[in-house]
Design a protein around this ligand. Structure first.
Ligand code: ATP
Ligand code: MG
Length: 179
């Protein structure tokens, strides 16, 4: 650990654009100061530019994610849901083990609130992890619909509100911007 300061807990939530990119930006800033960063992305569909870009930061910044799924959870059949749930549970267990290994200074759990609200991972497990996290570990959580009890235990809570988004005019995800 290069960090001497106590690690705090961040939440990026809300229905506007910028939660994942804020977490990636924070990871890049931390990397610049010599932190070791583990970023876990839950419920990921298509590839996204940050996965490719951040490969250049390996092994001091590593991204792990679910096996790619082309489906949104609400389009999954029961078998696909069970698979996605098992994968998300495995990712969370890995994250907890890695975080406790003292190898990392920052842990980013991207879309963790979506994984909680779909019932793929247990909210209480996440809360217990946060409450018992290594003292110096900085933890960053993102996603819409943050549970109230996670707001209570977080130190930074930023809610990004969508005022306008081109999707509302029918413009789909653009490469390098949304993906
Ligand atoms: P980004 O990854 O661009 O920082 P995000 O993490 O805040 O966005 P998510 O809630 O993870 O956004 O949404 C996933 C996708 O939906 C992203 O491609 C994102 O750009 C896009 N998106 C975000 N906000 C909106 C919105 N208000 N309307 C439509 N699409 C959105
Ligand atoms: Mg996101």
């Amino acid at each position: 650990m290069v960090k001497l300061q106590k690690g705090l807990v961040h939440v990026y939530t809300g229905n506007g654009k910028g939660k994942t990119t804020a977490a990636v930006g924070l990871g890049v800033r931390a990397y610049g100061r010599g932190f070791k960063i583990l970023m876990i992305q839950f419920l990921k569909g298509a590839d996204s530019g940050e996965i490719i870009a951040l490969e250049r930061f390996s092994p001091d910044l590593i991204i792990k994610r679910d096996k790619q799924s082309s489906k949104f959870t609400w389009n999954m059949n029961d078998e696909e849901k069970d698979e996605a749930k098992a994968a998300a549970g495995k990712l969370l267990s890995q994250a907890i083990i890695e975080a406790k290994s003292a190898k990392w200074d920052m842990l980013i759990l991207d879309e963790i609130f979506a994984a909680i609200s779909t019932g793929f991972i247990d909210k209480q497990e996440v809360i217990d992890f946060i409450l018992n996290k290594p003292d110096k570990l900085e933890v960053v959580l993102t996603g819409r619909n943050v549970p109230e009890d996670i707001i209570e235990i977080a130190d930074y809570v930023s809610e990004i509100n969508s005022v306008k988004h081109p999707f509302d005019k029918g413009i789909n995800a653009r490469i390098g911007i949304e993906s």
